[in-house]
Design a protein around this ligand. Structure first.
Ligand SMILES: Nc1nc2c(c(=O)[nH]1)N[C@H]1C(S)=C(S)[C@@H](COP(=O)(O)OP(=O)(O)OC[C@H]3O[C@@H](n4cnc5c(=O)[nH]c(N)nc54)[C@H](O)[C@@H]3O)O[C@H]1N2
Ligand SMILES: Nc1nc2c(c(=O)[nH]1)N[C@H]1C(S)=C(S)[C@@H](COP(=O)(O)OP(=O)(O)OC[C@H]3O[C@@H](n4cnc5c(=O)[nH]c(N)nc54)[C@H](O)[C@@H]3O)O[C@H]1N2
Ligand code: SF4
Ligand SMILES: [Mo]
Length: 749
């Protein structure tokens, strides 16, 4: 493509997907700036985006399909050979063992959800429901609570931080991890405005906590106690919003009865905080003109994970800080990133070994090793990994390696030679996110929501292909779907030329009505039918029915954003490489997003009220003297980005991903700054570099995630921290790992 030109695109390193202007030269990324034309980020970006060239070009990019030889080495094979052999093996496994023998992991990361739409068709072709994703080791507790409260697990809450008078950041570090609009600017604005209050609840003095008016440095893992105490203070001081509760909620009486029994002073003591400050925060939140909660892994990947998500929502619900500017809100979604799978309803498929149900349609990675590694006839025998590196990112690396070795077929689709790919039977090279059309479904805003389809900047590297092409070819080889008919292609061409997609959709609907068994493969049919007219954007053809559905459901909001109907919305998506405003909702429209039959929020969730009633009288913490220190296994830092940026050259600081430990603890354990040490748990041990850091909390060290990748044939660089974590150390209900609460020992080497 053109040289020395600036192209609209987006950052792929976190869920914000900030708009970028990327200057290219000779097929390389030359310069990256924030894109002022992107309506969501308006020119904002953080320091990580400037280093994206290290994602696009590095020696471990995959260039051709690879097949494992019996001696463990890989040989390059053609696409046809790889896909023919894979299709034959998949068919044999499906015939012999049925759909339950197949599972997938991944289907999208921080920047790429387009391939996932195509990967899901493969699950359908295999007759399997088993999709394991990273979301099901962080957010499924939150989704489950949403299902109970709002009627569907697809109801999802967001926070209007920019307009809030009072912001409670709970177990999140947006200064480094982002996750909120233009995080650093937004936090600084809060900090600089004396009329607004920022409260941060975090055991460590993070960069976000440094900007706070109040930092509640609670004892790790005690959030449920703290939130219970705050809710109890609100109720006993009559600060709950009775008018809001009467109008919008059910079940408050049952919640109130439990809250009135909470021993406030004792719980605040367990959290290790001063009572008067906690009272001040609870009162401030309840009385604020507008207030919202921003929560993330600090409460989700620790003790009481699901209960924490419940209490967090009760905070903004019983105070009426919901459904208004500056509060928490539900939002509309263009893409179905997850579904509703209420485990009480019929048709829910449970896993063979653990009898685990899906939440939001997703199965927990913490169980994956066990579901492969058992002797039952219905164990997982074939695993498909796309856009994930579970060997490094799922708890208990050793268990996963044992399980993977037992698989009859492991296929990995990735852009790079990952630790998971090294174990695969076949590795399929995907074009990078700058070599194909891409988007994400992280459009979680209200009242204005955005969408950004990115056009490719470069041709696919060597033989790599976009996922849309990989899966469509495989489905064709599996005989699951035919090649698109000439009629569909012809009508598709005409519709694209006129921009009127009605005739095309009518023809497609007629085809599918006659051959309903093609319905699960609508994404690939759309792709093939519109491939020629849409060119490089053809993989985005799946957006056509989604845009129509969205415009139908949110007609006024889509029109307010300037799109007359669904076809116009689809055209706008295709024609605006900087991103678009998808919908502009009336604030009152939010109540229509609640999916309970009476549109009321159900506050009473009995199992969680039981859990609240029976919270232990002693704080969580260290129980085994041989592992005396708590480790936060997975801190977001200035230079980590999951496993997306593999080349070590991308990091300007912290090349070793050091163990941050308070100087007093270092002295206690005989550690010195810069020294190498051994960090051990019951599950394993790794070597780390010691960083004495006064911002750490005594008794609570931290290691970053997003390290431990190999470069070429090197040893893992930085901590492979899931060699330390155990898969049973998790929320008993959702199986979300307690990564923020791992008991370790650290010794000087
Ligand atoms: N730089 C960078 N940014 C990223 C990523 C990355 O790899 N690097 N990854 C992205 C992804 S996938 C995600 S999910 C998000 C996660 O984003 P965050 O959840 O914001 O990031 P973390 O650093 O994992 O954890 C947040 C905070 O939880 C605190 N914490 C630990 N234990 C407790 C506790 O018991 N209670 C409370 N209240 N807090 C506790 C930690 O001290 C930490 O500051 O970040 C995204 N953004
Ligand atoms: N101990 C511990 N473990 C953790 C965490 C923690 O804090 N502590 N955090 C957890 C969290 S919140 C998350 S979200 C997970 C993330 O873990 P994973 O779900 O494994 O995902 P990523 O680390 O984002 O890996 C992304 C992969 O996608 C590949 N990729 C990039 N672009 C493309 C593309 O266009 N196509 C394809 N097919 N592949 C591509 C990259 O090369 C990389 O291998 O890790 C979890 N694991
Ligand atoms: S890492 Fe996140 S906040 Fe930083 S530029 Fe990329 S998308 Fe934006
Ligand atoms: Mo995540």
């Amino acid at each position: 493509m053109s040289t020395n030109a600036s192209h609209h695109n987006a950052c792929i390193l976190c869920s914000r997907n900030c708009g970028l202007l990327i200057e290219t030269e000779g097929g390389q990324i030359k310069k990256i700036q924030g894109d002022p034309a992107t309506p969501s980020s308006k020119g904002y970006l953080c320091q990580k985006a400037a280093r994206l060239a290290h994602y696009q070009s590095h020696p471990d990019r995959l260039q051709q399909p690879l097949k494992r030889r019996p001696d463990g080495s890989f040989e390059a094979v053609s696409w046809d050979q790889a896909l023919d052999e894979i299709a034959a093996k998949l068919k044999a496994i499906r015939t012999q063992h049925g759909g339950r023998a197949f599972a997938a992991y991944g289907g999208g990361g921080q920047g790429n959800h387009l391939g996932g739409a195509y990967m899901r068709q493969l699950l359908k072709a295999m007759g399997s429901r088993f999709i394991y994703t990273a979301l099901a080791q962080e957010k499924t507790g939150d989704f489950w609570v949403n299902g109970r409260m709002f009627g569907k697990q697809t109801c999802h809450t967001t926070e209007d931080i920019e307009h809030a008078d009072f912001v409670l950041v709970l177990g999140a570090n947006p200064y480094q991890a982002h996750g909120i609009p233009n995080a650093r600017d937004t936090l600084k604005q809060l900090h600089n405005n004396p009329e607004r209050t920022l409260v941060v609840i975090d055991p460590r003095r993070t960069d976000t906590a440094k900007l706070a008016d109040i930092h509640l440095a609670l004892r790790p893992g005690t959030d449920a106690y703290l939130m219970a105490a705050m809710l109890a203070i609100i109720v006993t001081e009559d600060l709950h919003n009775k008018a809001f509760i009467a109008e919008h909620c059910n079940g408050f009486d049952a919640v109130e009865a439990v809250l009135r029994q909470v021993p406030i002073a004792a719980y605040v003591d367990i959290a290790g905080l001063p009572l008067d400050t906690v009272q001040q925060v609870a009162r401030g939140f309840a009385r604020a003109g507008s207030a919202c909660v921003r929560a993330d892994l600090g409460i989700q990947q620790t003790i009481n994970s699901t209960l924490n998500s419940y209490l967090e929502k009760l905070l903004f619900l019983i105070t009426g800080q919901f459904g208004k500017a500056g509060g928490n809100n539900l939002h509309a979604s263009l893409l179905p990133l997850f579904t509703d799978s209420d485990e009480r309803k019929p048709g829910i498929v449970r896993t063979a070994r653990h009898n685990m149900f899906p939440i939001a349609g997703l199965y927990p990675p913490n169980l994956l090793a066990d579901e492969i590694n058992h002797d039952g006839e219905d164990r997982i025998r074939a695993l498909w990994i796309d856009s994930g590196n579970p060997v490094n990112s799922i708890a208990d690396t050793a268990a996963l390696e044992t399980a993977f070795a037992k698989l009859e077929l492991l296929v990995v689709v990735d852009v790079a030679m990952t630790e998971s790919a090294r174990m695969a039977d076949y590795i399929l090279p995907a074009a990078s996110q700058f070599e194909k059309a891409e988007y994400t479904g992280f459009n979680l805003e209200f009242p204005e929501n955005y969408f950004h389809l990115r056009a490719p900047l470069f041709e696919p590297l060597a033989q790599s292909l976009p996922e849309a092409e990989i899966y469509t070819r495989l489905l064709e080889k599996l005989g699951a779907m035919p090649k698109a008919t000439g009629l569909l292609r012809a009508v598709g061409r005409r519709s694209s030329a006129t921009g009127n997609f009605k005739p095309f959709l009518i023809t497609l609907a007629a085809h599918l009505a006659l051959r309903p068994k093609w319905l699960p493969y609508a994404a690939s049919l759309l792709y093939r039918s519109l491939q020629q007219p849409l060119g490089k954007l053809a993989p985005a053809a799946v957006l056509l029915p989604l845009a129509l559905g969205y415009a139908h459901e949110h007609a006024d909001a889509v029109r307010s954003a300037g799109h007359a109907d669904g076809a116009a919305l689809f055209r706008a998506i295709l024609q605006n490489p900087q991103g678009i405003v998808l919908s502009r909702h009336q604030r009152t429209a939010m109540w229509g997003l609640i999916k309970t039959p009476d549109r009321k929020i159900r506050l009473q969730i009995d199992p969680l009220l039981d859990a609240l009633r029976t919270l232990a009288a002693t704080p969580p913490g260290v129980t085994d003297a041989s592992f005396p220190l708590l480790l936060m296994a997975g801190e977001r830092r200035i230079y980590n980005a999951n496993q997306i940026l593999r080349a070590p050259s991308w990091r300007k600081q912290d090349p070793d991903g050091a163990l941050r430990i308070h100087p007093d603890d270092a002295a206690l354990y005989g550690l010195v700054h810069g020294a190498r040490a051994r960090c051990s748990t019951r599950h394993g041990s790794i070597e780390v570099t010691v960083d004495c850091d006064a911002n750490a909390r005594t008794g609570f060290a931290s290691l970053p995630h997003g390290y431990g990748m190999r470069a070429g044939d090197s040893e893992p660089l930085g901590p492979q921290l899931n060699r330390l974590t155990g898969r049973e150390h998790c929320d008993p209900f959702t199986r979300t790992p307690y990564h923020k609460h791992v008991a370790v020992r650290v010794e000087l080497i």
